[in-house]
Design a protein around this ligand. Structure first.
Ligand code: SF4
Ligand code: SF4
Length: 134
């Protein structure tokens, strides 16, 4: 998210973006926690699509994640419009970013409907629709 060679010192650790551009290659949005069979069905549908994931953050929020490269990311893996980057890019913390947290930004992550169904079944959550006989 930060320009290459930008280095931040925190808690005697050195965190750097050098060689990484992971956070410029996806977008994520917080979504409602599913509570109905219709909600579950809708998230199954999202997960039927390529490059879409659903995750539960440590703050218990549910989030959809789409793999999509930012158009401002140049071929050297740097932001080509660093001075004008959006606030969300400026606010992003190296402490909790996808790379430095090593995936610890979520408690559960689902890439397919089957993974989400397994999670729901383990919690005895009934997500099945009764089909009408026709
Ligand atoms: S994921 Fe972390 S290390 Fe990688 S570019 Fe973004 S802020 Fe930097
Ligand atoms: S605007 Fe720049 S810092 Fe923000 S996601 Fe795009 S390439 Fe990354």
């Amino acid at each position: 998210m930060k320009a290459s060679k930008k280095t931040i010192h925190r808690r005697k650790r050195e965190l750097s973006c050098d060689g990484c551009s992971d956070c410029c290659r996806y977008v994520a949005i917080e979504v409602d926690r599913p509570t109905t069979k219709r909600d579950y069905s809708d998230y199954f549908w999202h997960l039927m699509h390529e490059n879409v994931a659903l995750y539960i953050g440590h703050d218990r929020t549910w989030n959809l994640e789409f793999v999509a490269r930012c158009t401002r990311l140049n071929d050297r893996g740097q932001c080509s419009d660093y001075e004008n980057r959006p606030l969300i890019c400026r606010d992003y913390s190296l402490d909790t970013c996808t790379t430095h947290s090593k995936g610890a930004y979520y408690t559960h992550k689902f890439h397919t409907p089957e993974e989400l169904k397994a999670y729901l079944k383990a919690r005895k959550i009934n997500f099945e629709f009764k089909r009408n006989k026709s």
